[in-house]
Design a protein around this ligand. Structure first.
Ligand code: FES
Ligand SMILES: [Fe+2]
Length: 431
């Protein structure tokens, strides 16, 4: 008779992470257990840095966005004093969600329940019929400002927040992944990007980690995305891992990537990553880039193109798109994607938007396939035998250099191993 090792639900005080993550395998429970999901919220999303927004989305005073950090609804608000804050989206009276719009521009937020009014810097500015609280109220008014994420910092315009007042700095958190952000910004003549093309939303019936780790899985493309490759010819480079110099890399701290740079450098052709166009077809962009960079810098940027890099835990630099994920429950995730626009480059941006629709849009090729695969993965996990998912591909050919742990086989599961090493370190900590 087959023995079924059903995954135990860990009690808060007796959680041993090695029961769930080992060197090259993870327990299916990491994708299904409500208790593990709660532990992730209490560690990854409550103590560490989480991506929340991009500075281009809140450039003007009064600009705001509503987002989430784990379960916390937040308002990313550019205050009247010029500071961008991450305010908790919860009225300090009796907890009504203050702002329901996805984005906008406002000097203040008025609670729909009893009309308390907060400035866009979070301070409480008006309380209807205040005398009902008696004389003591004025004294506590300052304490009734909106709560804020205690730490907010940005790199290259990407704004991250941490719900913990203390911990490593954002730069320490980002580690080697800053190079991926730099690589993206190198494609802009001004060194800035614009993420205001609006976000496409996909609800995945899958655990958030399944959605995230799929982005750096170089093994599935030939199968899951066969229809894309059949439809789009010629492919940018061969999809057969043994035929190309495309590497996968564990950058440390949970960050990882699929890196086409070496293959592109070998081919030494500009814009392979962008449908094999040419500078002549994008004259305004080429002129702006030529004016802002040395010929060598420009050639290198246009040959190597954008990053394909996962920034732990919830941000993915998807070449000329950006994705972030929002966990909704152990088995549901919303993924948000937007094309990367280059300020002042309308022609290029129109093309980038069309490409994003083809890959990421509701009728697009790529994400729809990944969404279905994630859902089927989650459905398969309802069977609890075998207990483990295998992440051993390429384990014996990984090597370490100054860039991280690298594997020359694009289909190696090196990124997943790095992801779960970080997961074990963070989720396994004492809370
Ligand atoms: S809950 Fe917001 S004013 Fe009462
Ligand atoms: Fe995919």
């Amino acid at each position: 008779m087959t023995s079924i090792e059903s995954a135990p639900t860990p009690a808060a005080d007796e959680f041993d992470v090695t029961d769930f993550v080992q060197e090259a395998r993870v327990d299916g429970a990491v994708y299904t257990s409500p208790a593990i999901y709660q532990r992730e919220l209490d560690t990854i999303y409550s103590k560490g840095w989480v991506y929340v927004a991009h500075e281009s989305e809140v450039t003007e005073r009064g600009d705001y966005l509503t987002r989430k950090i784990g379960t916390n609804p937040v308002i990313v608000a550019h205050g009247k004093d010029g500071e961008v804050r991450v305010l908790l989206n919860r009225c300090t009276h009796r907890a009504n969600k203050l702002c329901n719009a996805e984005k906008g521009n406002a000097t203040n937020f008025r609670c729909p329940y009893h009309g308390w009014n907060f400035s866009n810097d979070g301070s409480l500015t008006a309380v209807p019929m205040r005398e009902g609280y008696g004389d003591a109220f004025q004294a506590v008014r300052d304490e009734l400002a909106l709560a804020e994420a205690p730490r907010v910092d940005s790199y290259g315009g990407f704004i991250f927040a941490s719900m913990a007042p203390e911990g490593i700095t954002l730069l320490e958190h980002l580690g080697r992944s800053t190079k991926a952000i730099d690589r993206l910004l190198a494609l802009s003549p001004t060194g800035e990007i614009d993420l205001r093309a609006n976000w496409m939303k996909h609800r995945h019936l899958a655990n958030w980690k399944m959605v995230v780790e799929n982005n750096v899985d170089g093994y599935h493309a030939l199968f899951t995305h066969k229809s894309v490759y059949d439809a789009i010819r010629p492919a940018k480079v061969s999809h057969i891992p043994s035929k190309v110099k495309v590497v996968v890399r564990d950058l440390g701290e949970g960050h990882s990537e699929i890196d086409y740079a070496e293959e592109y450098r070998k081919l030494d052709e500009e814009f392979i990553w962008y449908g094999r166009t040419t500078r002549e077809r994008l004259p305004e962009y080429a002129a702006a880039m030529e004016a802002s960079k040395s010929p060598e810098e420009l050639h290198d940027a246009l040959v190597v193109g954008p990053p394909h890099t996962l920034i732990w835990p919830n941000l993915f630099l998807a070449e000329m798109n950006v994705m972030y994920v929002e966990p909704i429950g152990p088995e549901m995730t919303i993924a948000y994607t937007t094309p990367v626009l280059i300020p002042g480059q309308d022609k290029l941006n129109q093309r980038t938007i069309r490409r994003a629709e083809g890959a990421m849009g509701p009728a697009g090729f790529l994400i729809a396939d990944d969404g279905e695969i994630g859902m089927r993965n989650q459905a398969g996990l309802a069977a609890t035998n075998p207990k483990w998912l295998v992440l051993a591909r390429g384990l014996e050919t990984d090597f370490e250099d100054e860039t991280g742990i690298v594997n020359n086989d694009k289909s190696a599961e090196t990124p997943q191993r790095g992801f779960y090493r970080q997961w074990a370190a963070v989720v396994g900590q004492e809370i």
